[in-house]
Design a protein around this ligand. Sequence first.
Ligand code: ZN
Length: 189
Amino acid sequence: MTVRDILSIGHPALRAPAAAVPPSEIASSRVQGIVDDLIDTMRHANGAGLAANQIGETARIVVIEVNDNPRYPYKPRIPLTVAINPELEVLDNETVVINEGCLSVPLRGDVVRSVNLGVRYCDRDGAEHRVEARGLTAGTWQHECDHLDGVLITDRADPSTLCTWEEFERHHRDAFIERISRFTELVGS
Ligand code: ZN
């Protein structure tokens, strides 16, 4: 297990659509190694999630975990989830504007996300799962799965809302947390 470098916006791997992982390869040392490195790298960076593209591996694998996260103190907890070949299903038309950050982008910005999702994926043992995710947790899933399609928050954010983390903390954080308060205690699945 290795803490890998996280690629920054501008690296071509962040724009490359990731390839599906054949089920027969989930147990391979290559795929298991990517999973281990994603977990280590996400935790080392205090991320809420990490997609394989962000460490230069264009395979459809994301990891998500939220404990007491100093980077995102308002996010509901999510147990460690390894999702291989995740597929999202938008369940209705409800949307919410979430101010998102990304380990590959130095800015935060407001992104419109679906509130209610169904998520299908395989875990690292190849078992299939179907969960429902809501609110901020649904936003995390959409953010990580965007990476697998080569999409970054700068593509989706209202440009007028882009700001540094420092200025977000100073000028926008409290209003954002108030606005999304109905989601901050909501467990995802
Ligand atoms: Zn990201």
